[in-house]
Ligand binder design. Sequence first.
Ligand SMILES: C[S@@+](CC[C@H](N)C(=O)[O-])C[C@H]1O[C@@H](n2cnc3c(N)ncnc32)[C@H](O)[C@@H]1O
Length: 392
Amino acid sequence: MKTSDPGTTPVPEWLGRRLAAAGGSVPFLDYMEWVLHDPDHGAYGRGRLSIGPGGDFATAPSLGGEFARLLAPQLAQWLALLPGDGPLALVETGPGEGHLALQLAEALQAGWPALAARTELVLVEPNAGMAERQRQRLQTCPLPARWTDFETLASAPLHGVVLAHEVLDALAVERIERKGDGWCRQRVVLQGDGLGLEAAEPLSGPQLDQLAELGLLPLDGRRPEGWCTELHPGLPPWLAACAGAITQGWLLVIDYALEARRYYAPQRSRGTLMAYRRQQASDALLREPGQWDLTAHLCLESLEEAARATGWCPLGTCRQGQALLALGLAGRLHALQQAQATRLAELLQRRESLLRLVDPAGLGDFRWVGFRRDGAAATPELEPSFLSQPSL
Ligand SMILES: C[S@@+](CC[C@H](N)C(=O)[O-])C[C@H]1O[C@@H](n2cnc3c(N)ncnc32)[C@H](O)[C@@H]1O
């Protein structure tokens, strides 16, 4: 069955050529990889997307420095726990515009100068267009900074912390659809002047195994014809590469995520994929290829399972609102109320951004998921600060 995407627009020449060369269609996974990460045409690949309140979409660090100042004590706690007094790495993957990397470097330098003196900022960014923007922003970075990839890091791994803030949602996903008695992989097909989605390729072994692990196979009967969702084949290799990059340390994933029972609920019949551009959200996934960001939520169980299998020990998860309260957000709001009224506009703006970070209908619903690389902590039972009870 072929379905037209109502948001389809004329196919750019580069994509038409590629689809034709592939026989007229490719799995949605390949399409998503191309339109996001192709170095010449992808929305991130050529650095077309801009992040911030005036850009295509805003992320927590793009709203100002409050988010990084709240997160910094957690990173400092983890860095300080690493054994020895040798060099440390603060690895940020998918640094976007470089907001968070710069703000964290400044916060570490200001609050923990002895740790900062041992810490190198390591940026892992596969998209040259984005890396160029990060270099511009980090010109004033107080810590030494370098750009590399996980493979290079693995040849000389360090102790450290890896941060993945809103990056795993940019990994290409498989889109699968319920069809007859089984499941099919969706493909993007050339359809006249536009693009369409086709579900004609029955799922094969590894994907069926993943569905079974998620408990979806026995539930087939509860998913109507045409019900579709996503699988995340990019997660295990990403987590394995990331694990090889540090000898001892932590990984903190912060992203949109749902438990499997909510992700794969019968009523979530179109999955979680969304397109973003110029502060607009759309479910027209095939519109203006290479111009829009495409993102899918993470499935918490799939993430934790893949992490365990690649040498990470899950520490726990909570919503961003709770994590930031545990890290002192209420105290910061209180301090703003006591501050000099002469800086009213600035104080109101900071208050607004703090409240936005914990808004349960927005950024506050993001998930923080912590992992430890075996042997990382001298005291492994020590709970990460972000999971402790908020002090109000
Ligand atoms: C949504 S932006 C997040 C930016 C930033 N972390 C923030 O929160 O403002 C996604 C970033 O991840 C990068 N990215 C995409 N795939 C990646 C991968 N496999 N590894 C590392 N970074 C990736 C993109 O180029 C982009 O810089």
